[in-house]
Design a protein around this ligand. Structure first.
Ligand SMILES: [Zn+2]
Length: 237
């Protein structure tokens, strides 16, 4: 099954890239929909993304049940991935992370908005999902499909959702674009925080956002960026 091997190789590279860029640390994860069985997805077992190898990849149905007979321990928060793929058939990859630059926007009323051209992939509509609204006092983790479906419903048709006191999740059509969006979400958050200290920010206009998204998601940009980030991540291994 060459398509499956290709998907798993991409997923392993995505783990290393996100770790190298500090989007994920010991925690956080990335998934890819099974290229031949759309109601299944691949994701690593419960392991730091930096350390993930092809042998760590597990296969789940969208409800988070292991379907490959693996005895490895799964991520508790895998339901984020299955619930979003269940709600959005066009979504083939999800990144969940606890990026420290992004979290402040989930704690305050300050909205994270695209202001730089490479940050356009995050989209205009970035809401903050608060698990407390429906589930009261929890450990803030998305531990079951009920939590996951509530998050997916809040995400709606957006690309990014912030999670109060916890992190953020990015959903995309392709794995490369989703990983790059998660990287530039972090860059955007850092720049917005810095710019806010200097004064008022001029954000991208709707027309600029559209044109910059076209540029960001073009094969030319994605392939060039992917090659760069793969090299950076693998160089240190
Ligand atoms: Zn988390």
């Amino acid at each position: 099954m060459p398509k499956v091997k290709e998907a798993i190789d991409l997923l392993v590279a995505a783990n290393h890239i996100l770790a190298h860029e500090n989007v994920v640390d010991a925690f956080g994860h990335v998934s890819i929909r099974h290229p031949e069985i759309p109601n299944h997805y691949f994701i690593s077992c419960s392991r730091s993304p930096q350390l993930v190898t092809p042998d760590d990849i597990m296969e789940f149905d969208l409800e988070g049940n292991s379907v490959d007979g693996s005895k490895l321990r799964p991520y508790a928060e895998r339901h984020i991935h299955g619930a979003i793929m269940e709600a959005r058939p066009e979504i083939n990859s999800v990144v969940h992370n606890h990026s420290y630059s992004v979290i402040p926007f989930g704690l305050t009323g300050v909205k994270l908005r695209p202001a730089i051209h490479v940050g356009a992939g995050v989209g205009e509509d970035i809401g903050v999902w608060d698990i407390h609204d429906k589930f009261g006092d929890t450990d803030l983790l998305v531990r079951n499909m009920e939590h996951g479906r509530d998050l997916a419903s809040f995400l709606g048709q957006s690309t990014v959702v912030l999670m109060r006191g916890h992190g953020s999740t990015v959903a995309g059509q392709g794995l490369k674009g989703t990983v790059l969006t998660a990287i530039y979400l972090q860059v955007s958050a850092t720049i917005q925080l810095q710019a806010m200290q200097l004064g008022d920010i001029k954000f991208l206009s709707p027309g600029e956002l559209e044109k910059c998204q076209e540029m960001f998601f073009s094969d030319l940009s994605q392939d060039r960026a992917w090659e760069h980030y793969v090299m950076c991540a693998e160089e240190e291994r």
